[in-house]
Design a protein around this ligand. Structure first.
Ligand code: MG
Length: 343
């Protein structure tokens, strides 16, 4: 097996602002794993607030020696090895995991969802994300999202209520709210949860910093809205440690180290009685198509990452009125539409 990789920059359609900051590009690294003439595709996406970068991902991937494995079907052994190389590096590990799952399913001439015995007809409807902006621009983005029946609004700013009111002046669609750890006062957060519920919000994601775990648990116990973890739960160990503080979890490949652990998290979260969402970073249709397979097991999906960029270089899943449409193509169901890809 031969691993190769190349850095790439995703260009965002709009300046994307969340509570942690704003940006116009997202650095990614594209991976390929080749074996006997077949190619598996993968991707690492590194939004800056998560601590990984093109430099760290490239440095990690240079340490991955897949030549020592002769059988790509021994996926657990290979991924255990990759995970053991170093701590952290979750997106870098995901880029190997995704390419390996793609290759694995192609070797067996099956779409990954069929290997996992999942029905692609059960896909959830994705939300479409609207970043923090002026009320005027938010109204404009609501109009641009006409094809999506559920919206996700970023809050954690001084004009939070104005932004919700701007959305509500334009549409009555169900709304998710993601605060990206932007609030610090639990009483204020609870007041907001009641106000948001009155305004048609159905769930509240990462309202407070993950280190305020006792305040988050208190909010979850009192909130009229389900409280979802995002930054606060990255991998299975954190799900097991912190599940009692949240009512749901947003699972992302770039946090979980890839498909293998994301799938386990979706199963385990249900055993804890939690609701589950399959989410994403800004990513190409490669990682989004991989995440879409896991979304067949989750209650919610937030898989609009490839729709927010102008230079997607893969064909993969599509969306029909927001519903995630998987194909019956082999692997994770993607084809590169633009070269160069890594060599
Ligand atoms: Mg989030």
């Amino acid at each position: 097996m031969q691993l190769s990789f190349t850095p790439y920059y995703l260009k965002l359609k709009h300046l994307f602002r969340v509570a942690a900051g704003a940006r116009t590009t997202t650095p990614i690294v594209l991976t390929r794993i080749e074996h006997n003439g077949l190619v598996g595709y993968g991707e690492a996406s590194m939004p800056p607030y998560l601590g990984e970068s093109i430099e760290t991902v490239v440095a990690f991937l240079k340490r991955v020696n897949l030549a020592q494995f002769s059988n790509p079907l021994e996926i657990d052994d290979i991924l255990d090895y990759v995970d053991s190389i170093d701590t952290g590096n979750n997106a870098a590990k995901a880029s190997v995991d995704i390419a390996l799952h793609d290759l694995h399913a192609k070797l067996l001439s099956q779409p990954l969802h069929r290997l996992w015995h999942l029905d692609k007809g059960c896909s959830p409807v994705t939300s479409f994300t609207i970043g923090i902006d002026t009320p005027e621009i938010v109204r404009q983005k609501v109009a641009e999202a006409a094809a999506f029946p559920i919206l996700k609004l970023k809050l954690g700013n001084t004009i939070d209520k104005q932004l919700v009111e701007a959305v509500r002046s334009a549409t009555a669609k169900p709304l998710y709210v993601d605060v990206n750890q932007g609030w610090t006062d639990r009483a204020m957060a609870l007041d907001m949860a009641y106000w948001l519920k009155e305004n048609g919000v159905v769930l509240l994601e990462q309202p407070m910093p993950k280190v305020q775990i006792d305040d988050i648990a208190w909010l979850t116990a009192h909130s009229p809205l389900p409280i979802f973890a995002d930054e606060g739960i990255r991998r299975l160990d954190e799900l097991e440690q912190f599940h009692g503080a949240y009512s749901g979890v947003n699972i992302k490949l770039m946090k979980s180290t890839g498909l293998r652990e994301a799938r386990k998290m979706a199963i385990e979260a249900k055993t804890f009685g939690m609701q589950t969402m399959m989410g994403c970073m800004t990513e190409t249709s490669c990682a989004i198509s991989a995440a879409a397979v896991v979304s067949l097991t989750t209650d919610y999906a937030d898989l609009d990452g490839a729709l927010l960029i102008t230079n997607d270089i893969f064909n993969g899943v599509t969306f029909n009125q927001g519903r995630v449409c998987l194909t019956n193509s082999e692997g994770i169901g993607v084809t590169p539409k633009e070269m160069p890809l890594p060599v």
